[in-house]
Write a protein that binds this ligand. Structure first.
Ligand code: HEM
Ligand code: HEM
Length: 251
């Protein structure tokens, strides 16, 4: 057992050495499903936000909003059933460090890395929680489950989520500067520079592929079914016409 993980770890380091810039050794710290989740979430959120205003892109907005809901469900299941490193309890553990951090502040010592780590975890957890309510309120507006006031609630929540994404990105930049390494790249490759065994032994690429396939299947399904559901008989044609005239009419 030990030998297997040791040889895998070595293999991981070697691969990192071959593919990394300047042949530096690296170790895997984020698995493929978590990375796939992250970039699908970033893409869906950005897309939903950009297409939020007006009727024209409503179906795209709603589709990406549903994608956010699906991804949230995935992350909660992954955080309950997945390996130790992706468990929701990791975030809870980090957040429990607030007290100790405040005490070091009171003692007059400032640990910037610990502060960044804490604030980033706070931003991530708050963002995920907020996205539950943002997409839930959007669903309620779309299905007309509540009064018009929910439109305002949904808009405020969407903008609050954007503000926290801003904090998240500032923390990515701050963390990268403090650690002198590109954390955004780590979220792409899953690897961090350094020697030693992979902290995440299995990449679980098939699960990442399955997540991507589910998202793509959802988009195709929505594309084929949404027009009739929304009463837009020729929606794909209409969407094509709209995108052609987008540049003219966009103000
Ligand atoms: C170019 C844009 C982005 C970059 C470079 C980026 C980068 C990162 C990095 C480096 C982490 C790891 C943080 C850590 O644990 O220390 C992370 C985590 C995370 N980010 Fe982003 N992010 C971006 C956009 C977004 C957006 C738009 C969202 C959501 C709307 C988002 C949601 C998350 C979540 C939920 C996590 C936790 C991932 C997990 O462990 O499951 N990110 N991001
Ligand atoms: C991450 C997820 C989401 C974000 C960030 C988001 C953001 C927004 C924002 C900012 C607006 C206001 C646009 C404006 O009038 O200026 C809006 C409107 C709207 N959203 Fe979302 N939304 C999300 C998810 C959803 C979902 C899941 C649905 C439906 C299933 C939805 C349905 C709608 C509808 C119907 C409107 C128009 C409301 C009105 O008539 O004023 N949204 N969204």
């Amino acid at each position: 057992m030990n030998t297997t993980s040791a040889s895998r770890a070595e293999a991981g380091t070697e691969i990192g050495a071959q593919t990394g810039a300047q042949a530096l050794p690296s170790r895997r710290i984020i698995d493929a499903p978590t990375r796939a989740f992250h970039w699908l979430m970033a893409l869906s959120f950005a897309g939903a936000y950009i297409t939020a205003e007006g009727e024209r892109w409503r179906l795209v907005h709603v589709t990406l909003g549903y994608t956010v809901i699906g991804l949230l469900v995935f992350r909660v299941l992954w955080g309950l059933l997945g390996p130790r490193q992706v468990r929701l309890s990791v975030w809870a553990g980090k957040l429990r460090g607030v007290k100790a951090f405040v005490q070091t502040l009171k003692a007059g010592r400032v640990n910037f890395q610990a502060g960044q780590n804490l604030l980033q975890t706070l931003a991530i957890v708050a963002l995920l929680a907020l996205l539950v309510f943002t997409s839930g309120s959007g669903y309620s507006v779309y299905q007309e489950l509540t009064g018009e006031w929910m439109e305002d609630v949904h808009e405020v929540l969407g903008n609050a989520a954007l503000a926290i994404v801003g904090l998240h990105l500032v923390m990515v930049a701050a963390g990268s500067l403090l650690r002198r390494q590109n954390l955004a790249l780590t979220m792409v490759t899953g690897r961090t520079p350094g020697r030693g065994p992979d902290l995440v032994k299995k990449n679980r690429a098939p699960l990442a592929a399955l997540l991507l396939a589910c998202v793509l299947a959802g988009w195709v399904w929505q594309w084929q079914n949404a027009p009739s559901a929304a009463g837009l008989a020729a929606w794909p044609d209409a969407a094509a016409t709209q995108s052609r005239s987008h540049a003219d009419s966009d103000d």
